[in-house]
Design a protein around this ligand. Structure first.
Ligand code: B12
Length: 586
């Protein structure tokens, strides 16, 4: 291994942290001290556990359906669960699982709430709040987001299990940062304890779920790297912590062949009929239109149809969790969720007519190629870690290193093409990175056609950063500004207001460009403007991305671009406006 890489990996090894093996044991003890909750769903339909339900669906030639729901208050969320039950009863359509998505704040201990920007979705504070979901109706409730890998993971894992959640996620989200929270040792020691708790519930088929696109793979440019990385997570969860792993995916892997081949690869390597690895397919989120939104039913339904067909053929017990046609606009309403699930269920009615015409050999060939190269990627990681002195049998050390690893560098370091050809070259490119570069090319071409050139910004120094974990808008802005002649300093993702201004001060520039997507732009802007005032300095603050927020008395996020402009933020998604305004800023 190259010496610089070896030194880099060494520098990521945590010092003075507890031994992860001991933390797993502590977790198992905590897990043995309480029982998992028995839900209204299991009671009403007479299943021993949720896996038995999914197997029952397979055996009866049916698909298990799920919705992801994160409404703006706890009351609305509970009411939404009841409404889904009513919808199932009225239409005869069984959509019996909800993955509830609370606010990011639920992942933070409450003492941090006051100073954190307020994102979309609802809050929970006590064990009864979790229980209220699974007691509301015979609908199975699952918690993944902001649970297993958040700073508050120990409390939320226990609460979710006591409320009967059949899986706890999301392992891959360990790379997410939380505003104002910096105690890595506590957060990840607790995460290993939580994995121990889940391990203690193995016989109840409770799993630790992951969702690659929310973690390092969200930055990867090759589907092969997804496979290799998942082998690594499987090694940590199953081999080091003794917990059962499950995996959901699909938001970003939207091209049908690699999408389905990835599922088959996971099933072939890590799953079986009795112990499935795949929990659900999430609907694709990147190909959606933000105009004439009903057209999105077209792409969504064909995606669900192939998932149904693959499920019928390979019997992996994978649920389908469709994404509303409004995905590109904002968090969906309840009715929008029902509409897309109903469309999928109607496609299911016809699937048996398609099945005899299907030839799955293309998918199987791609699956085998992904497996071969993915295994090579995994072996490269393990060899690299060992050579750099990582204790690869300590789950805490492994998790902390993943958290600290630069995601893009991670892929380039271990990708098998590097050993083969000397440089990184994706074998089966992932969608979003490629699409973002295509959008960038088009924007730059249009700007050049309008008379801008590669010296237009005359090496003006600009700090760019993402206010949350979304990186592609940032990548786009960085590349456009760079090609129009700016000197771009990229602060990366999860950058807090103070850090953005610190970076601008260090670099001696007043130009700060923020990309934000989580509905936090109003709070973020207030904070950054107050800080600028305190520093008695003038900055030019630009902002783009998803310029919306949850306002009091509203149940859906609303556009706040005008409010931001009134506050003094140059808020717009227009790249030409950005380029022109930067040119005029002193
Ligand atoms: C990819 C994605 C993710 C990936 C991100 C991976 C990564 N490495 O970036 C993952 C899966 C991790 C993710 C997670 C979450 N996401 Co997300 N995500 C998306 C998705 C599908 C695409 C965003 C994207 O990258 N587009 C490609 C880029 C190139 O386009 P863009 O970002 O739209 O940017 C355009 C313009 O806005 C502009 N632009 C962007 N920034 C800037 C800045 C300036 C200054 C300017 C001028 C222009 C500009 O440039 C682009 C031009 O076309 C959107 C839905 C959608 N289809 O848009 C949801 C979406 C943004 N996510 C959303 C949410 C809620 C989340 C989560 C909170 C969900 C959760 N699990 O709880 C987490 C938060 C994670 C975190 N830590 O921050 C919501 C936001 C809701 C809202 N505000 O109303 C959306 C809209 C989905 C939805 N309908 O609910 N997400």
């Amino acid at each position: 291994m190259d010496l610089a890489l070896k030194a880099y990996i060494k520098s990521l090894i945590p010092v003075g942290f507890p031994d992860g093996r001991e933390l797993v044991k502590e977790g198992i003890e905590i897990g043995n001290s309480f029982e998992i909750g028995r839900t209204q769903f299991l009671e009403k339909f007479g299943y021993k556990n949720y896996l038995e339900y999914r197997k029952d669906c397979t055996e009866n030639g049916k698909i298990a359906w799920q919705l992801l729901m994160g409404l703006s208050t706890l009351e609305e969320e509970i009411d939404g669960i009841k409404k889904l039950d009513e919808f199932c009863e009225r239409t005869g359509m069984d959509i019996r699982t909800i993955q509830s998505i609370p606010s990011m704040l639920v992942g933070l201990p409450q003492e941090y709430w006051e100073n954190a920007p307020k994102p979309t979705s609802y809050l929970m504070t006590k064990a009864e709040d979790w229980k209220a979901h699974s007691e509301a109706a015979p609908i199975e409730i699952v918690w993944q987001d902001w649970h297993l890998s958040s700073p508050n993971n120990l409390e939320s894992t226990v609460n979710a299990l006591k409320a009967g959640s059949p899986r706890i996620g999301t392992f891959s989200q360990l790379i997410w940062d939380y505003p104002g929270y910096y105690d890595e040792e506590k957060r990840f020691s607790d995460m290993v304890r939580s994995l121990g708790i889940i391990a203690s519930k193995r016989d109840d088929f409770i799993t630790a779920d992951t969702y690659p696109e929310d973690g390092l793979p969200g930055y990867f440019l090759d589907v092969v790297s997804f496979v290799g990385y998942e082998l690594l997570e499987h090694y940590i969860i199953e081999t080091l912590c003794g917990a059962k792993m499950s995996l959901s995916f699909g938001g970003l892997l939207t091209e049908i062949q690699p999408r389905m081949a990835f599922a088959l690869a996971m099933h072939k390597m890590l799953g079986s009929y009795d112990e499935p690895i795949l929990s659900y397919y999430n609907g694709g989120t990147v190909d959606q239109w933000d105009h004439d939104i009903n057209a999105n039913f077209g792409t969504s339904v064909q995606e669900m149809l192939i998932e149904i067909l693959v499920e019928k053929k390979y019997k992996m017990h994978t649920a389908i969790s469709p994404v509303s046609v409004t995905e590109k606009l904002r968090v969906p309403t309840l009715q929008e969720l029902f509409d897309i699930a109903a469309a999928g269920k109607r496609a299911e009615e016809k699937a048996d007519e398609w099945l005899p015409m299907m030839d799955f050999s293309i998918l199987e060939n791609l699956r085998d190629d992904l497996i071969e190269k993915g295994v090579a990627f995994f072996n490269n990681i393990m060899d690299g870690f060992k050579e750099a002195g990582v204790d690869i049998e300590d789950p805490l050390q492994m998790i902390v290193i993943l958290k600290r690893f630069n995601p893009c560098k991670f892929e380039e370091c271990f990708h098998p093409s590097v050993a083969e050809t000397g440089s990184f070259k994706p074998y089966h490119p992932s969608v979003l990175g490629r699409q973002t570069m295509e959008i960038k090319d088009k924007i730059v071409k249009d700007l050049f056609n309008k008379g801008y050139d590669s010296n237009y910004l005359n090496s003006k120094k600009v700090v760019v950063a993402s206010a949350d974990g979304h990186s592609y808008g940032l990548m786009l802005v960085d590349n456009v500004l760079n090609e129009i002649g700016a000197e771009v300093i990229n602060g990366s993702v999860d950058v807090e207001p103070a850090t953005a201004l610190d970076l601008a001060d260090e670099e001696g520039t007043k130009i700060v460009v923020i990309s934000a997507h989580c509905g936090q732009v109003l709070d973020y802007s207030k904070q950054i403007l107050e800080l600028a005032k305190e520093r008695n300095k003038e900055y030019h603050i630009f902002m783009g991305g998803m310029l919306n927020a949850m306002l009091p008395n509203n149940t859906e996020p609303v556009d706040v671009q005008d409010k931001l402009v009134e506050m003094g933020i140059k808020a717009s998604n227009d790249l030409e406006y950005l380029v022109k305004s930067i040119q005029m800023s002193n």
